[in-house]
Write a protein that binds this ligand. Structure first.
Ligand code: SF4
Length: 428
């Protein structure tokens, strides 16, 4: 049996709480089980336990068997001197402190369903381990868990943004530019786009922001996508411009082989996305500060609806002509950029500056945008879990990636409920 199940049972007081006694028959009352410690040291800090007539405040250590206390070397570890209660499933040994005192021990008694449910969930191969049980959980309960998951996801993203800021001299515009570039890769070419942004400082682009052709030359050149063909006059002009700018700014381009076209629809070809990215940079200076000043959804759509230059109306790649189409960034793609880049950055910025109103606006944006449609969200749908907006879809993505996929059911609030359902009531 896993010790983490005992932690879970202790943390949520799922044990049989009446007539609790130590192995020396002293009455025990758990006033507060304490705070779970995930670092070194005892398992629960700051617990409050009444043993006999005395209320003890201190730490609690949990093991499957008492003898693990010695096996884990706690006998001569000072960090364990403050343990007021040793909680075990089987008390197979007395535990003595360095000063010769006995440490009180409690054998936990709890419903067998918890272990049975847990083992069944850990063994099954369903897409979501509690797939057959989640229907029994009230919707209102899942809603409140979604709120916590969404905040957790945004705070996790804030941590990544903080790291990017450290790497970019606390320059919000630069960090936003790199993250935005990544989002233009729409998964398949995200990494290549990020490499491209790293190879081309935003300050260099800023010097040429009024000339779309120069911006395209810089981006396509740095992307390693300027082919050496003399049959296309636009390509020739870009090459000429890029060679001049490359030597002026001492730039080093990335390898063009980084870009993937396989299984992509032409609208998603990297050439089209780079042309759109160039148009956005040409159209907007100080993009991140504009966004933090106005988070209105229509405004954001108007900013990101940038149309590439004339050449791209009749091309999906260099030299191959195609029927005319505008190739502006579509509404769905803009929503994806807002969800994955704009919201986390605005939220992170608001957190860093203590701007509660802006923090709420970032979350509001997710409530106003439609739910994402991907394999994770379709799975939840099939299980009857509603997903009304991007707020919901982001929360459910967090649940799947950080809890279900990692079998972290003991840390999940749904897990708390499904593990305590009577085992016989479930069809597994
Ligand atoms: S993590 Fe939660 S939602 Fe996911 S399978 Fe476990 S109990 Fe179910």
């Amino acid at each position: 049996m896993k010790e983490s199940i005992l932690h879970f049972i202790w943390q949520y007081k799922l044990f049989q709480s009446h007539s609790l006694c130590t192995t020396d028959s002293e009455k025990v009352e758990v006033i507060d089980p304490g705070r779970l410690n995930t670092d070194a040291g005892p398992d629960f800090f700051n617990a409050k336990i009444k043993i006999g007539a005395t209320v003890w405040a201190g730490n609690v250590e949990i093991h499957t068997r008492s003898s693990e206390w010695t096996r884990h070397g706690h006998d001569d570890d000072k960090a364990y001197e403050s343990v007021v209660l040793h909680v075990v499933k089987n008390a197979d040994k007395e535990i003595i402190r360095a000063n010769g005192e006995k440490i009180p021990q409690l054998e936990l008694i709890y419903p067998a369903d918890i272990e049975l449910n847990y083992e069944a969930m850990m063994k099954n191969t369903l897409r979501i381990p509690c797939e057959n049980k989640i229907g029994k959980i009230p919707g209102i309960f899942i809603r409140s868990w979604k709120n916590a998951l969404l905040t957790e996801r945004l705070l996790q993203r804030t941590g990544l943004i903080s790291q990017m800021l450290t790497d970019n001299n606390r320059h919000w515009e630069e960090a936003f530019y790199i993250s935005l570039a990544r989002s233009f890769g729409f998964g398949t070419n995200g990494q290549a786009f990020e490499m491209l942004a790293h190879s081309l400082p935003i300050q260099v682009l800023g010097k040429h922001k009024n000339d779309l052709m120069q911006i395209e030359a810089l981006l396509f050149g740095q992307a390693g996508l300027l082919e050496a063909k003399d049959t296309d006059s636009y390509l020739l002009s870009l090459n000429k411009e890029y060679n001049f700018l490359k030597s002026k700014y001492k730039l080093k381009n990335i390898d063009g082989a980084q870009w993937k076209l396989l299984r992509l629809r032409p609208d998603n070809f990297p050439h089209v996305r780079i042309a759109q990215f160039a148009a956005l940079i040409h159209k907007s200076t100080g993009l991140f500060s504009k966004i933090t000043e106005n988070t209105d959804i229509q405004y954001l759509h108007s900013i990101f609806r940038a149309e590439p230059s004339e050449y791209w109306k009749t091309h999906y790649r260099f030299t191959c002509e195609s029927p005319k189409s505008l190739k502006g960034i579509g509404t769905k793609a803009i929503d994806g950029i807002i969800i994955n880049t704009v919201v986390p950055f605005v939220f992170g910025f608001a957190e860093a500056r203590g701007m509660q109103e802006l923090r709420d606006k970032a979350i509001d944006l997710l409530e106003k945008l439609p739910a994402e449609n991907n394999v994770i969200i379709r799975t939840w749908h099939e299980m009857g879990i509603s997903c009304e907006s991007a707020y919901d879809s982001q929360a459910l993505i967090q649940l799947k990636k950080e809890y279900c996929d990692k079998r972290n059911c003991l840390r999940c609030r749904i897990g708390h409920k499904v593990l305590t359902i009577r085992f016989e009531d479930l069809k597994i």
